[in-house]
Ligand binder design. Structure first.
Ligand SMILES: Nc1ncnc2c1ncn2[C@@H]1O[C@H](COP(=O)(O)OP(=O)(O)OP(=O)(O)O)[C@@H](O)[C@H]1O
Ligand SMILES: [Mg+2]
Length: 627
């Protein structure tokens, strides 16, 4: 129940005061009395009054002086001044003051003053109700976790905004109130936003889901926006309720990404074997042909082009393989310095972009999958080149860093080789920075968006770290950290093709693909080896054993790991070890996820070569087991 209004009557005319008090109490008000200013001040210190009737002439002060004092003491009280005709001018003057609602002349007309009091009280009751409902609305509006924004249904100008939407969008309320709906959404989605807004105004849709919103700092975030049109000040407003769904959307995207990667992995896993076999035939055949024809002339150049295209195809298969389980790195010690230079030469042949190297002579080596690391460098260098269509310089630097003293990022204890690829190209817009490592994210017409995601997954599999710094219009730098090797056992010349000079070394090659056998056989012979070929494990074991018995044994065996429907390298090695415990066997497969490829030693192999291989890679693998 609403509380009774409190009224105070201050006058030294006792008859009037008590008479008035009784009438007011009958009317349902609580009425108190005071016959001088001091008594009134005391009473007002103890109790809050809604309305005070005060005589303009009091024994100890004037009514106006009293009002002045009381209004300092309590706010919200209103006053009716009672005056004799003699002082009516000062009463009229008084009414101009705040809080004094009216004046009554003596002798007071009871009906008139009562009607005035009723009016004042009714108005105050309505005002209080309004204040209460406004208070409720304010607390909901200001305390809401969801953002609330009201915009004119026609002009789409923002009219009010609650604190949550200010936090969500990163603006102050006064900034938002001068903006339009179009200013808080990214340009690319304005058509969609306007359509959704108009539909909400017409009541055609209640919630617009996953709407991209633009923060003041340029970052794009997402909200589900519920709405309710309301009429205010003669205008129709659309009140939007924004729920931040950025995390949910990210999570869904992550799930989607994982699903995409999984199907991509299954797909590539399925075709990689055949694809790699075909590429091995092409690459090895080109290698053999190049050794047989004169380096001058169109044919040699054409072979170069075939080789380049085949190597690119190999690169693409590798790119895809990193997403599947097949991307396990086959690590070997490598000179990172040589690797950087080779990658730059390869990636920038024929380009108008120059490379500047800053690589110290004492750069540590690292245990890496050379193919995969070259892939990472190629991807970064090609991106840098593409960001400078008018040409420019790519700075390739490397340095040794110790995780203990390196403050740049949180790295696990140990030594690292830090590489950086820097360009002064167009840079990456802030809103894209968090997305560039996502598979399929590309801003290029012909990009597949896989370069950086492949680089990311490769570096991760090497227990390394990759990060980017970029500024639009200025340039981009990618930093890579790879665990370094404690010592330096690398043969720096291992990148150059090695030709066997003894001429007596006998190699047994086992592969179920006829074309691979022929092409690789040619390479082996062109490298100076004597090569014999076997189509499956049984045949290889038979040939190996017979050669040993006849006193013309093989020096090394290269075996394909998987032979559909026949004995593969995995089983053949067990048989070969029975014949010769220290057999120099090299495992070869297009599936680098085969555990044998990364842990070949455990299975009895002495080396490994991943298909498709180049002549250089084959030669290096053989030389390594022959040591
Ligand atoms: N050095 C760079 N300068 C400017 N933008 C870059 C740079 N590197 C990457 N990006 C941005 O990151 C996106 C993703 O790069 P990523 O290498 O993954 O794919 P892509 O280059 O578009 O396609 P792909 O590498 O598969 O041919 C690019 O489309 C580009 O917008
Ligand atoms: Mg790229």
């Amino acid at each position: 129940m609403r509380k009774k209004p409190n009224i105070l009557i201050i006058d030294d005319d006792k008859d009037f005061v008590y008479n008035m008090r009784d009438i007011l109490q009958e009317e349902g008000y609580t009425a108190d009395t005071a016959d001088n200013g001091q008594a009134a001040v005391k009473l007002c210190g103890e109790k809050l009054f809604d309305l005070i009737l005060v005589d303009i002439k009091l024994p100890d002060m004037t009514g106006l002086e009293l009002i002045e004092r009381l209004s300092l003491q309590a706010q919200g009280t209103e006053y009716i001044v009672i005056t004799g005709y003699a002082s009516i001018e000062s009463a009229v003057e008084a009414v101009r003051k705040k809080d004094i609602v009216s004046y009554e002349t003596k002798p007071v007309d009871m009906n008139s003053i009562l009607s005035l009091i009723r009016q004042v009280m009714e108005r105050r009751a309505v005002e209080e109700q309004l204040r209460e409902s406004e208070g409720k609305f304010r607390s909901v509006f200001e305390g809401a976790v969801d953002g609330i924004l009201a915009a004119d249904a026609e002009t789409m100008k923002i009219k009010f905004a609650n604190p949550a939407i200010c936090r969500f969008l990163g603006y102050e309320e006064k900034e938002l109130v001068n903006m339009g709906v179009n200013d808080i959404h990214p340009k690319g989605s304005l058509k969609h936003v306007t359509e959704a807004f108009k539909k909400q105004v017409k009541g055609e849709i209640a919630i617009a889901e996953d709407m991209p919103c633009l923060r003041k700092n340029g970052k794009v975030i997402f909200a589900d926006i519920g709405s309710r049109p309301i009429r205010m000040g003669g205008r129709l407003l659309n009140v939007g309720f924004f729920r931040d769904v950025t995390d949910r959307k990210k999570m869904n995207e992550e799930i989607l990404k994982a699903q995409k990667l999984e199907s991509l992995g299954i797909l590539t896993g399925g075709i990689a074997h055949d694809f790699n076999n075909m590429l091995t035939v092409i690459i090895t055949s080109v290698f053999s042909m190049k050794t047989e024809i004169k380096p001058e002339g169109d044919a040699f150049e054409a072979l170069g082009r075939i080789e380049k295209a085949a190597l690119r195809a190999k690169g693409l298969t590798q790119q895809l393989l990193t997403f599947s389980k097949a991307g396990v790195p086959i690590k070997e010690s490598a000179s990172i310095a040589a690797l950087i230079k080779e990658s730059a030469d390869f990636a920038l042949s024929g380009s108008n972009v120059k490379c500047k190297f800053r690589i110290p002579g004492n750069l540590w080596d690292a245990e890496v999958d050379k193919g995969q690391m070259q892939q990472v460098m190629n991807n970064l260098i090609i991106n840098a080149e593409q960001s400078m269509p008018k040409g420019g310089v790519i700075n390739l630097s490397a340095e040794n860093v110790d995780a203990g003293t390196c403050r740049e990022i949180a790295l696990k204890e140990g030594k690292y080789v830090k590489l950086s690829v820097n360009d002064n190209g167009k840079g990456i817009p802030e809103e894209n920075l968090s997305r560039i490592f996502d598979p399929f994210f590309t801003t290029k017409e012909k990009g597949s968006g896989m370069g950086l995601s492949a680089a990311y997954s490769i570096i991760k599999k090497h227990n390394g770290y990759i990060r980017v710094e970029s500024k639009e219009g200025t340039g981009t730098t990618f930093y890579i950290y790879i665990p370094a090797m404690e010592n330096r056992p690398v043969d720096p010349g291992s990148y150059a093709p090695k030709k066997n000079s003894a001429g007596k070394i006998r190699i047994l090659l086992m592969d179920d693909e006829e074309q691979i056998r022929q092409a690789t056989g040619c390479i082996l012979r062109s490298l100076g080896y004597e090569a014999e070929l076997a189509a499956d494990g049984l045949e290889a074991v038979e040939l190996y054993s017979r050669a040993k018995r006849s006193g013309n044994p093989f020096d090394a065996v290269i075996m394909d790991l998987t032979i559909p429907g026949g004995m593969g390298g995995r089983d053949a090695i067990k048989e070969l070890i029975k014949i010769e415990a220290e057999v120099r066997a090299i495992a070869s497969s297009g599936y680098s996820n085969d555990p044998i490829m990364s842990e070949y030693g455990k299975y009895g192999f002495k080396g490994v070569v991943a298909k498709p291989y180049t002549g250089e890679e084959l030669s290096n693998a053989i030389l390594k087991v022959m040591k």
